[in-house]
Design a protein around this ligand. Structure first.
Ligand code: GCU
Ligand code: CA
Length: 137
């Protein structure tokens, strides 16, 4: 089972404003990151064991320009992605990615690398049922 972390709820951090003006979001709002490189959204997620977490990132990008983003887990680079245009700010799409996690609390930061910043971020669904590394068995 996955756990949903809403972008507007503590302990998430939104470098921008929590807005609710575009319909279709989950919870009470979404993170509208400042339109700038480095204006991140960060989630703190818990994992029972070290391994791979599957992330479902729900976002909307009402522009026609992709918004490239790096993934930073516990302060270390953990990959990158690009949030393509979804057709409208009210059209939300979920992108699935995997990242490594450790047992306990993990920070997962979506860090935009271009001046457009992040798309609007609704939530992160996190599935931590991945296999632990062999040396943990
Ligand atoms: C518009 C839109 C915002 C969005 C912003 C952006 O202002 O209303 O929700 O965050 O564009 O380009 O990031
Ligand atoms: Ca924005």
């Amino acid at each position: 089972a996955s756990i949903r972390y809403e972008a507007e709820s503590s302990p998430a951090v939104c470098t921008g404003t929590v807005d609710a003006n575009w319909p279709g979001h989950s919870g009470s709002g979404f993170c509208n990151g400042t339109n700038a490189s480095g204006a991140y959204a960060q989630f703190t997620v818990n994992a029972a064991a070290s391994g791979t977490a599957t992330l479902g990132i729900r976002f909307a990008n009402g522009t026609t320009t992709v918004r490239p983003t790096s993934l930073i887990v516990n302060g270390s680079a953990a990959g990158s992605t690009s949030f393509e245009g979804t057709g409208a700010w009210s059209t939300w799409v979920t992108k699935t990615l995997t990242v490594p996690v450790k047992a306990g609390a993990n920070t997962i930061r979506l860090n935009p690398t271009a001046s457009g910043g992040l798309p609007n971020i609704d939530y992160l669904d996190v599935e931590t049922g991945g296999q632990p590394p062999a040396n943990a068995l």
